[in-house]
Design a protein. Sequence first.
Length: 633
Amino acid sequence: MQRIHLLSPRLANQIAAGEVVERPASVVKELLENSLDAGATKLDIDIEQGGIKLIRIRDNGQGIEKEDLPLSLSRHATSKIIELADLEAVGSLGFRGEALASISSVSRLTLTSRREGSEAAWAVRTEGRDMSTEVTPSSHPQGTTVEMRDLFFNTPARRKFMRTENTEFKHLDEVIKRLSLSRFDVTFSLSHNGRVIRQLKKAQGLREQERRVAAICGSAFIDQSIKVEMQAESSGLSLRGWISLPTFSRSQADLQYFFVNGRMIKDRLVTHALRQAYSDVLFNGRHPAYVLYLELDPALVDVNVHPTKHEVRFRENRLVHDFLFRAIHRVIAEERPGFASSSKADEEGEAASQVSGASGFELNAATQINQQVIEQQDIGLNVPNAQMPGQALNYPNQYSTNNVSVGQMREQSNVYNQLGRGQGAVSATNMPPETANEQTPPLGFAIAQLHGVYILSQNAQGLVVVDMHAAHERIVYERLKTSYAGEKVQSQPLLVPVSMALSSLEVDCAEEHHELFDQLGFELARMGDETIVIRQVPVMLAKSDVEQLVRDVLSDILSLGNSRRIEESVNELLGTMACHGSVRANRQLTIPEMNQLLRDMETTERSGQCNHGRPTWSALDMNDLDKLFMRGQ
């Protein structure tokens, strides 16, 4: 070991560059964030050889004073924070003052700028050797141009880790896409090797914003997405953006953009909340797509967690998690035939109405009306246990007011016969298409059954095809969930209590949240510093691996502040019950029965997908049908 000594400025900056400058995409990210912080509304990005040979970024921002140009290339030099208190509410994208110094230490860099209101422009150059700078007069409009050449020319070991030109450009293009999604008020132009790759004009209105999203995420995403507009006045949280319909899912989590106060982040808490919101409608192994913007008080989020600023830390984890889950869960629930979600209602100019309750965020008037309708309806549905071909399926035309507890369902051999009885008739339910008036329901009226599997229906636009088993499965499942949620959780004591060895932190957590476990039907008792005993469990989960379930719940609470593991386990069992209790293929239904199923779909949340995430219905309008037969061509 040598004696302790100070590192040279050049070596210190090169070490810092190892954290900030991973590849050309990292350079582009840092430089563009500086431009946006400077108030730029137009950004031109020129790239050569994937960014390894040249990166040139020109903006029309405020510019830099002549005296500040050399200082801007110094480490820990910034205009964005002054004292420690400023870090507690950072409103800018950059603030560390390391980017330009790190980039200039591993490249040949020229910074040219003209300050707003100044008549002259100046340039400063450095080549990463002794970090000396030279300021010279230049010609430049208002704004700043940063030109970086020969990345890692003086650090060959780092340059060996660069990938192919095409790969590096793909990473760089992804940075452009993220930033262009975060700032619709800015024009972006990207060229690679002299060829224009992206030309994204400023997007002011909703339609223009959707066109930009479509240009980046694909038109299929925006065509199959739901617009989100949610706000919690009590906490100051707001969420907007677009989420994909469950039927538009991905095999990988490659189309997920989440922004916090305009900053693109990857956060485990956010991913977990959104994944849970889709849990009832997403096919196994699939991932949702979304472009979402969360706005909150900058003091409630810590962005000073990682040098690249990709990660943040929320000061109120549980508050943010619950808000995201409830907002997205509510929007997905609203998306069913004939019901305009809050986002679509906003597009049509419907007035918004605040709904009080535990969720705390605003929904529109349509949501409130829908809630009242659901509350007035019973979850009953009469489905005979024996489903033989030709046997009538007795759908009730009105819901009964007698709910049956889930505990009773477990003890009855013919559980689904007890869920409801038909009383009376609903107008237009059995109305044939030829006599239907202008008030044709969204799913129309049944005209036939195909191979005992699909219902063919005619609505005002054209043809609707319904998978009757998948649709009925969702209806039964949602009603079972409503019934279970409306009754007190039934528990049973264990004949032999289960002793669990845990860490002291987990035991403390279990003791602190004993009320939560009591509400969920568990009775836990502390038996030592690192031991708890399970004495009582919910009846529904008596045959489950309760020990592992308790461990998972404690893990979620410690990392996320809450857990839905128990609810998910119960829903899994209810989903199995719904699947076995739903109408099967080759089950012949009468026209009234088919029509009643269509009406039930229109009033059931998430009825667009079955419990496994598969679509329950599809539609072809008259234009689609005409194309099939080349009519009018």
